[in-house]
Design a protein around this ligand. Structure first.
Ligand code: ATP
Ligand code: MG
Length: 428
C-alpha cells in the first residue's frame, strides 16, 4: 500500500464551501480580496506582484537582524548556485526592492502600490498564526506629509467597514526619528538595565544590540518590565511632535477613531514616526488579535541603496480577517441559480446543451455529469441548494416548455426553454 503524504505543518489548504475545517472557506477569502482590490483602486493604488523568493540580504538589511522575523522565523536556503535565498516573510522590503530596481522615482513623484499574497515565517502555530499566511498590504512612496499616513489608515478603516468588521480598533503611536529616538532609547536602556535580570535571554541580548525590540517582545516577563518603561511620546522632538499632531488632526477631520498606544513599535526595524496597529476585540483570535499594522519608514529606501524618499505602508493578515468573518457567520458561496435534471436518456444531450447555454448567458448552473436516475439527480439538486430545478424530458423537448421548481418550496413557474435565464432573473 502507498503511504499518504501530508501537507507541510503550518501551511493550510483553502477549500470551497464547508470543506475546509478551521480555515475560512475560500469564498470568504475571495470576498475579502475582491473588496480590497475594488476599494484600493478607488484610492488610486495599483497592484504589484513580486516573487515569493528574494535575496536573503534584502530582509536582513531591512527588517533587521535582531527581529524575530529575521533572527528566528525565516525560511532560508541555498539555491543550486550557492546563493542565499529566503521565502519572503513580509511584503514591504520586496516592494521597495522592486521600486528601486525599476527606477520608479524617475518616472513618478508619488507611488501607491498594494499587494496580496503569501508570506512565510517559521512560527509556533496556533489559531491565526501559521507558517504560510497571507497579507494584503499597501505602500505609498514619495510623500512625507501626515495626509499620506492618514490616507492609508483611512483605506484600512474603509476596508474593515466594507467587510462589516466593527470590533477592530486603531492603535496609534509615533517612534520619533534620528533626532529624538536616541534620547528616548537611552532612557529606555537605563530602565531595562535596572530590570535586566527579569528579561528573557533574547531581550538581554537585544538590550545591547537593539533595545527598541524589547518593547515588542511577547514574553510575559518582558511585557511587565515594558509596562513601566518610559513613554516614547514624551520624548518626541518638535518636528516629530508636529507630524504626530497633524496625523491626529487629519484622522479627526475624517472622523476616524483611534486610541493612542505608546507600546506599538511593530516587529520590524525600519519604522520611523507614525506606527499603528488594528487590533480586534474578538476572542476567536486569542493572542493573534492584531489583524494588521503599519507605519512610516522614511529611511528604508536610502538604506537599501535607493533614493532618499519617505514612505509609509501597512500589512493586514488575510488569515485573521477571514477567521473573523467566519466567526461572524457570514457565507459568501452563492448557491446555483438552477439545477438541470435529465428525465430520460434521450434528453441527455439537449439538457447538457441547455446547461451550457444558460452558463453562457450568465446563470450559475449545476448539472450532474454522472447521469443517473432522476431521483438521484433531484437529491443532488437539493444538496447544492440550487434555487430552481428544471427537469428536461421528452415532453419538455417537444413542447419547448418546462417548469422551474423552487427548491425551497412553492409553486413551479412555467417557462419557455429559450427564456430560462430571463425568467430566473425576474423571479425573486
Ligand atoms: P504578531 O505580533 O501577531 O506576531 P507581527 O507584528 O509579527 O504580528 P506583522 O509583521 O506586522 O505581524 O504582519 C502584519 C499582519 O500579518 C499581522 O498583524 C497579522 O495579521 C499577519 N501575520 C503576521 N504573522 C502571521 C502568521 N504567522 N500567521 C498569520 N498571520 C500573520
Ligand atoms: Mg510576529
Amino acid at each position: 500500500m502507498s503511504q499518504k503524504i501530508a501537507g507541510v505543518k503550518g501551511m493550510n489548504d483553502l477549500l470551497p464551501g464547508e470543506l475546509g475545517g478551521e480555515m475560512a472557506p475560500v469564498e470568504t477569502w475571495q470576498h475579502v480580496e475582491r473588496t480590497a482590490r475594488e476599494l484600493f483602486a478607488r484610492f488610486g493604488y495599483g497592484e504589484i506582484r513580486t516573487p515569493m523568493v528574494e535575496d536573503t540580504a534584502l530582509f536582513v538589511r531591512s527588517v533587521g537582524e535582531e527581529t524575530d522575523i529575521v533572527g528566528k522565523e525565516m525560511y532560508t536556503f541555498e539555491d543550486k548556485a550557492g546563493r542565499s535565498l529566503s521565502l519572503r516573510p513580509e511584503g514591504t522590503a520586496p516592494a521597495v526592492r522592486a521600486y528601486i530596481e525599476h527606477s520608479v522615482a524617475n518616472q513618478e513623484p508619488l507611488t501607491r502600490w498594494y499587494y496580496i499574497g503569501p508570506m512565510f515565517r517559521y512560527e509556533r502555530m496556533k489559531t491565526g498564526r501559521y507558517r504560510q499566511f497571507f497579507q494584503i498590504g499597501a505602500e505609498a512612496i514619495g510623500s512625507r506629509e501626515a495626509a499620506q499616513d492618514v490616507e492609508l489608515m483611512d483605506m484600512v478603516v474603509q476596508l474593515l467597514e466594507a467587510l462589516g468588521l466593527k470590533e477592530v480598533s486603531l492603535n496609534l503611536n509615533s517612534l520619533g526619528d534620528d533626532a529624538c529616538r536616541p534620547v528616548f532609547q537611552q532612557k529606555l536602556v537605563e530602565h531595562l538595565t535596572a530590570h535586566r535580570a527579569e528579561l528573557c535571554e533574547d531581550c538581554q541580548r537585544r538590550l545591547e544590540s537593539n533595545p527598541m525590540r524589547v518593547l515588542d517582545c511577547k514574553n510575559a516577563k518582558c511585557q511587565a518590565v515594558v509596562q513601566a518603561a518610559p513613554d516614547i511620546l514624551q520624548f518626541l522632538c518638535e518636528p516629530c511632535k508636529a507630524h504626530f499632531g497633524d496625523v491626529r488632526r487629519k484622522l479627526d477631520v475624517l472622523g476616524v477613531r483611534y486610541v493612542i498606544n505608546p507600546r506599538i513599535v511593530r516587529g520590524l526595524d525600519y519604522y520611523t514616526r507614525t506606527t499603528f496597529e488594528f487590533i480586534a476585540a474578538h476572542p476567536a483570535l486569542g493572542t493573534a488579535s492584531t489583524v494588521g499594522g503599519g507605519g512610516r519608514y522614511d529611511k528604508l529606501l536610502k538604506s537599501l541603496g535607493g533614493p532618499d524618499l519617505p514612505a509609509v505602508g501597512f500589512g493586514l493578515g488575510l488569515d485573521r480577517l477571514t477567521l473573523l468573518l467566519k466567526e461572524g457567520g457570514q457565507k459568501y458561496a452563492p448557491p446555483p441559480d438552477v439545477f438541470i435534471a435529465v428525465a430520460d436518456e434521450g434528453s441527455a444531450d439537449e439538457a447538457f446543451k441547455l446547461a451550457s447555454r444558460l452558463r453562457r448567458e450568465g446563470l450559475r448552473v449545476e448539472f450532474d455529469t454522472r447521469g443517473g436516475s432522476l431521483k438521484s439527480q433531484m437529491k443532488r439538486a437539493d444538496k447544492t441548494r440550487a434555487r430552481f430545478a428544471l427537469v428536461l424530458g421528452q415532453t419538455e423537448r417537444e413542447s419547448g416548455k418546462g417548469q422551474l421548481k423552487p427548491m425551497a418550496g412553492g409553486e413551479p413557474i412555467p417557462v419557455a426553454l429559450n427564456e430560462v435565464a430571463q425568467t430566473v432573473r425576474a423571479a425573486h
